[in-house]
Design a protein around this ligand. Sequence first.
Ligand SMILES: C[S@@+](CC[C@H](N)C(=O)[O-])C[C@H]1O[C@@H](n2cnc3c(N)ncnc32)[C@H](O)[C@@H]1O
Length: 277
Amino acid sequence: MRLREAWARSRRQLERASIPDADIEAQVLLRNTLGIDRATFHASLDRELSDEDAEAFERSVQRRIEGEPLSYITGHREFYGLDFVVTPDVLVPRQETELLVEAVLEYARSRGGDEDAISIADIGTGSGCVAVALGAHMSNATVYATDVSEGALCVAGENVRRHGLDGRVRLRHGDLFEALDGPVDVVVSNPPYLSEEEAVDLPLDVQREPRVALVAGSDGMDVLLRLIVGAREYVKPGGLLALEIDPRRVEAVERLARGTFPGGEIGVIKAHAGLER
Ligand SMILES: C[S@@+](CC[C@H](N)C(=O)[O-])C[C@H]1O[C@@H](n2cnc3c(N)ncnc32)[C@H](O)[C@@H]1O
């Protein structure tokens, strides 16, 4: 079978399984099987697939149909223009989380850019995508990347090394702020924020992601509440607390933030809340 036929066939299989973006996902799985980039793929559409490659490709398509996230199958995900190793121990980095990185970079620019050292804590670092993106773009930053999951920290460690950021991004194990030595200029977090009820009907691939990365108590506020209250102690005066939140929690989070930081500047960007004090 030629590549173009294998691509078309798998696209139809993924469409039948109601996988969104079936065309792109089929291509990504085929390129991943063959270890080729997009340009080579398009130049090779008439190439014959070996039996071995055809079998490996079919196995990966079946895994996807059974609900495994695409990035767990390929082992990679792009975030903020950088390539990240991803395993079932971590949440798959989402494109919308790039806004959190933007918010911190914008804040750092407003402080005068690269001149002064800046300390950042990425709480619940998962794959390390936010911490690594910030470390890669801010040569003056020390980023403490914390998580309760040892498995996640292993993956984050691999990503820190791959991007040559040992020393600038420091991994710490612990609950929220527990692993920090003291207050920092910026606390950034994409915490678990779904309620137990919301977690019942998640798409199959999201259900495969770690529950500790997704669910935060009966109202989804458990971790957010502790983050906001703890930020009083762990964000330096004039610093930034930048949080990704569910759009359904905006009002509750704003109310909590106003109560916790009276006189603080509070902003909401799309699905993300940034709290400044
Ligand atoms: C939604 S994921 C975000 C991962 C990554 N920052 C990203 O944006 O892709 C939340 C992460 O928080 C971690 N986590 C959950 N509860 C935590 C806690 N109490 N303290 C520290 N990390 C926690 C989870 O293990 C998970 O890696």
